[in-house]
Ligand binder design. Structure first.
Ligand code: NI
Length: 190
């Protein structure tokens, strides 16, 4: 999930391990993911890269499919607290909240989305130990947004077909703009 639409950029330094974030309408974002079965150094390294990629883009959450990896892994970081979500599932949810939501795969796009106000989530940590988090408000929203990514669901799926269509159009145009602009930036060879 992206940070608030307005607010100071934190300006993180690049570590050189950041991964490219896929943008909608990349078809990978709609694919289901596989559970994590090996809790090894490779997993720890991948999680570290996810955190680095999220921070450099001023996000508050990032899920593995957004970097092209179809595994049930996501990270959330808010107000100095980090939450690593591996094979997460919702145990309980309560209430309702509505707030503006964004996503690192949809730069500059925000929309009002209704979510439960409170959730209890069971997840595993880097060692495969079971952990239970209870979250409300913004963190609950971030957990649910990232867990949706692990099922190939996106925040625009909650919007009306009309709004979703407008965002798809905008993002498709953006994607085309990027691919057309790139060759022009390359130095000419003669
Ligand atoms: Ni997202």
């Amino acid at each position: 999930m992206s940070g608030p639409a307005e607010g100071p950029l934190r300006g993180r330094e690049l570590l050189g391990i950041e991964l490219d974030i896929l943008r909608y309408p990349d078809p990978i974002l709609k694919k289901p993911t596989e559970p994590v079965t090996a809790f090894d150094d490779e997993l720890a390294g991948f999680v570290e890269k996810l955190y680095a990629s999220m921070r450099v883009h001023d996000g508050v959450g990032l899920a593995a499919p957004q970097v092209g990896v179809l595994r049930k892994v996501a990270v959330v970081e808010y107000e100095g607290k980090s939450y690593t979500l591996i094979n997460p599932r919702v145990l309980e949810k309560r209430g309702e909240q509505e707030a503006e939501e964004g996503c690192l795969s949809f730069p500059g796009i925000y929309a009002l989305v209704k979510r439960p106000e409170w959730v209890k989530v069971e997840t595993q940590d880097l060692k495969g130990q079971t952990r239970v988090y209870e979250a409300e408000g913004f963190v609950a929203r971030a957990f649910l947004h990232e867990m949706d990514h692990l099922d190939g669901h996106l925040f625009i799926d909650y919007l009306s077909p009309l709004k979703r269509g407008a965002i798809r159009k905008k993002m498709t145009k953006q994607a085309r703009g990027t691919s057309m602009a790139e060759p022009a930036r390359r130095p000419r060879r003669r």
